[in-house]
Design a binder for this molecule. Structure first.
Ligand SMILES: [Zn+2]
Ligand SMILES: [Zn+2]
Length: 271
């Protein structure tokens, strides 16, 4: 996790994606766009909060691997050649991302967490970090838990994480790159931009992180040819600024609980 937020890796990411967006821009957008400072806060502070949750999840997964998982499973996975193991790890990891992401959209209480990621209206590579720490923890749990529980090697899990790291920047980047017929197999920036669209036709579509064929398989793909999304964001008000966005799901849950509390004074009684 530390290396994910390592300074050199971040510098390399900036050196790649800033010029990449300038040359292949999908939409005209300034480098110093609105919300940049908030995203810098997400970038530098989120990792520490997520580390706590992910460490706990991985500890449980390791326990399951050591106590519940049949003893034949670990050596069987260990015997798989490294490259094949990485490929299987990516397939399992992304299936986990797909379903965790879909649940975050479908369950109203979970949506309040994930809405923070969808609140961004100026999409670019840095928007990848605009995610509530609880959201990131759920996503990482969904993808890494099965890999650790099955006993995939640290190298294979590390390779999956490295691929996912670069893919996250790329799919959010404000770039226009054609994947041709592979657009229904691999997740492209175009695919994930539709996921962020505020247009009704694109709502709750395109959940995969790496393999768009999962959305084809589970009937949630939205990739109209020759068109691109016009606007991004959500259809309800969202706060701005890192502290307010961190507090957002807790505030919504608290206000809903208050409304559901039969002992709470009704609007007419208060007035
Ligand atoms: Zn989403
Ligand atoms: Zn996104």
């Amino acid at each position: 996790m530390r290396e994910l937020f390592g300074q050199y890796q971040l510098l390399l990411t900036i050196l790649i994606f800033v010029p990449f967006e300038q040359i292949f821009a999908a939409r005209p957008q300034k480098i110093l766009r609105r919300g940049l400072l908030t995203d810098m806060a997400f970038l530098f502070l989120n990792g520490w909060l997520v580390l706590v949750g992910v460490t706990a999840v991985l500890a449980v997964a390791t326990l399951i691997n050591q106590s519940i998982m049949p003893s034949a499973v670990k050596p069987a996975i260990g015997d798989i050649p490294y490259v094949v193991q990485v490929l299987i790890a990516i397939l399992i990891g992304d299936l986990g991302v797909y379903w965790t992401h879909r649940v975050l959209h479908a369950v109203p209480a979970m949506w309040h967490i994930h809405a923070v990621h969808h609140a961004i209206e100026d999409l670019d590579w840095l928007a990848a970090v605009h995610q509530h720490p609880l959201d990131l923890t759920f996503m990482k749990a969904g993808s890494l838990f099965p890999l650790v529980a099955f006993g995939f090697s640290t190298e294979a899990v590390g390779a999956y994480l490295a691929i996912y790291y670069w893919q996250s920047w790329l799919t959010h980047a404000n770039v226009r790159v054609s994947y041709g017929p592979l657009r229904h197999v691999l997740v492209s920036p175009e695919f994930h931009h539709w996921h962020h669209s505020s247009e009704l036709e694109a709502r709750d579509k395109n959940f995969a992180g790496l393999f768009s064929f999962y959305d084809v398989l589970f009937g949630s793909i939205h990739l109209p040819k020759g068109r691109k999304p016009k606007t991004f964001g959500v259809d309800h008000p969202m706060p701005s600024g890192y502290p307010a966005l961190l507090a957002y799901p807790f505030k919504v849950w608290a206000s809903k609980q208050k409304r559901d509390d039969p002992s709470a004074p009704r609007r007419s009684e208060v007035a």
